[in-house]
Structures are given as structure tokens and as C-alpha cells.
Design a protein around this ligand. Structure first.
Ligand code: FE2
Ligand code: FE2
Length: 323
């Protein structure tokens, strides 16, 4: 039986899929990678997306045929089953075909990913928080330039391709969260909150140029050759250079927060943190990314298993059942 001929298809947005559910719906293939099983057989490792989010998917059969057919970034009608794999939902795809002209239930507007929260409100909150806490005229001007040039992309960008905040609006959520925590902690240690806020705002903004998420998920040339730490630094310098008499020492301290935020050279930091503000920003960056890994893992689990598989970033398995 041709699975696509099964009686009537219903809207199956990724967010509402449950383990065990049969899928017969349209998704954008955001990423496709040919891999080998332990036995040496080929399989396809994919990521599918729609306006409600993303989900991993696999193709185990007819690998050669589907590898030829599927182009990353295109939308296909996919038939298969949602399974629980390593404590996360994924689709085992059994049939894939291109969208046909008579697919009357297909709506191309369903494939522009929308942040899973009110990202415009959060963007405004982020800039209000900056406005309420910055007193230095050069920094106020810097934020104006930033808002104009990078506000829209910050609102939409992923926080990463994988691992943490890997969804539309994720970068904004992460940036805002690091800012709020920095504000809460700065007074305890007498730290410079303005330096921390600007560092938080700029530290990952290079991610908006490091990779693309539409139509396919792809590292850009600049992203692959420079990485977001250096791109963030360049963005800061470009905007800063538009401001006459930007204090040189302040500029260097901000640059230091940006370049050291990964904490260690082996994690891509050109320099390790050498000021308390840089050290705090590094820790808050790490804290926020790790807490997001927990929350995303818990969200995607259906509660069937007690523990996730080994999580590389956390170095352990995660308890999946809340109570
Ligand atoms: Fe980063
Ligand atoms: Fe970050």
C-alpha cells in the first residue's frame, strides 16, 4: 500500500506530535547528512522543521534513492512514525515525496519558523532593560546603533545550530537571560553592570552571521572560517567606530568580555577571562546554555523513560521524570 494514499491527512505540526504517532504531513528538511551505522550500513540523519519548531528524523531504507531526491531547504511530504530515541522524539521516515501541485492541504506559510514566545515583546524588554541601566553616553549611542542594525536579526536568530537555544528567538532569549542574571549578580561583587550588559548584548551576536537557518541549516563561509566570537568582535568594532571619542579603555574591556566568553582557549576563546566581569559573563553564558539543555530535553521527552541517553554537553544522562 502506498502510505501517501492513506485516508485523509490532518495537520500535523511538529510541536503536537506524540511518540507512536503515524506521520503523513509536509515538513521542510532543514538538514540532511549521510552517515553509517555501526554495521557499516548507510542511513540519513535529518532535521525537519515547520513553524512550530524542529525535530530530528532518520531514514534507514532506500538511503541512496532518498539521498538523491532530498535537497536541504526544500519541503517534502513525509510519511513515517514518531519514535522515542535517546529520550527525544524523532521521526523514522519511510516515504518521502516532493510536494505536488494538487496537495491542497499544503500551505507554504507554515514553514517560516516562529519563535515559541512573544519575541517582539522580549526584544523590547531587552532594550528597556538596557535603557534603564546604561548611563554612559557612548554606550547608549552604541545600543541605538545595535538596535537599528541587529534588532530584527536578534529577534529571529537561533542561539546555536544544535545543543542549546537551537530555535528561532533562542539567541534573544539567551542574551536577555544573561543580561538579567548579570544585573542580579553585579552588585554583590561590585562589578561594572554597564560593561556586563554590553558584553552580554554583543557576545553572541556574531551567531547571526555564523550560520543560516533558512531555508536550510548551514554554516556560512564567514562562520566556518572565523567563528562567532570573532564575528561578534567585528560587529562591536564596526558600531563602536561610528562613535566619535569612544573611550579606548572601555572599548578594550568590552572586546575582552566578547573574546573571552567561551572561557578557555580549547573552547574557542582567543583569550581567557582576565577581569571579574569577563569571568562572570563566561559563567553566566555557560549556566544559561546548560539550563536550556535541561529544559529542552525535558520538553521533548514523553516521560516514558527515566533517564535520557548520555548528553555530550552535560557529560551525563538527564533525569527525565519531574516527580
Ligand atoms: Fe558564544
Ligand atoms: Fe552565549
Amino acid at each position: 500500500m502506498n502510505l501517501f494514499e492513506k485516508p485523509p491527512t490532518k495537520t500535523q505540526f511538529l510541536q503536537s506530535l506524540q511518540s507512536g504517532e503515524n506521520v503523513n504531513w509536509y515538513y521542510r528538511i532543514q538538514e540532511i547528512i549521510k552517515k553509517k551505522t555501526k554495521n557499516g550500513d548507510d542511513f540519513l540523519d535529518l532535521t525537519v522543521m515547520d513553524k512550530t519548531g524542529r525535530m530530528p528524523a532518520k531514514i534507514w531504507n532506500n538511503v541512496g534513492q532518498y539521498y538523491k531526491l532530498i535537497k536541504a531547504g526544500e519541503i517534502y511530504k513525509i510519511s513515517g512514525e514518531v519514535k522515542d530515541y535517546k529520550g527525544k522524539k524523532q521521526i523514522t521516515m519511510t516515504q518521502v515525496r516532493v510536494v505536488a501541485a494538487n496537495d491542497s492541504d499544503f500551505n507554504p506559510a507554515d514553514y517560516n519558523e516562529i519563535p515559541p514566545f512573544d519575541s517582539l515583546a522580549l526584544l523590547e524588554q531587552t532594550f528597556s532593560l538596557l535603557a534603564a541601566n546604561l548611563t554612559h553616553p557612548a554606550l547608549i549611542q552604541l545600543v541605538e546603533f545595535f538596535k537599528e542594525e541587529y534588532g530584527p536579526s536578534l529577534q529571529q536568530a537561533y542561539g546555536a545550530q544544535k545543543i542549546h537555544h537551537a530555535y528561532a528567538g533562542g539567541l534573544l532569549q539567551h542574551t536577555h537571560s544573561v543580561m538579567e542574571m548579570a544585573l542580579a549578580i553585579a552588585p554583590r561583587y561590585g562589578l561594572d553592570k554597564e560593561l556586563l550588559l554590553i558584553g552580554a548584548l554583543f557576545h553572541d551576536i556574531g551567531k547571526t552571521a555564523e550560520f543560516k537557518t533558512q531555508p536550510a541549516l548551514e554554516t556560512t563561509l564567514e562562520g566556518g572560517l572565523l567563528g562567532h566570537v570573532v564575528i561578534s568582535l567585528k560587529i562591536f568594532l564596526n558600531l563602536k567606530n561610528r562613535i566619535a571619542d569612544f573611550p579606548a579603555d572601555l572599548s578594550t574591556r568590552i572586546q575582552h568580555v566578547i573574546v573571552s566568553h567561551h572561557g578557555e582557549k580549547e573552547y574557542g576563546a582567543p583569550e581567557v577571562p582576565k577581569t571579574p566581569e569577563a569571568y562572570l559573563l563566561h559563567l553566566l553564558d555557560l549556566l544559561d546554555s546548560r539550563m536550556n539543555i535541561f529544559s529542552e530535553q525535558l520538553k521533548s521527552s514523553d516521560g516514558q523513560k527515566l533517564f535520557s541517553e548520555f548528553n555530550q554537553a552535560l557529560g551525563t544522562r538527564i533525569l527525565l521524570v519531574k516527580e
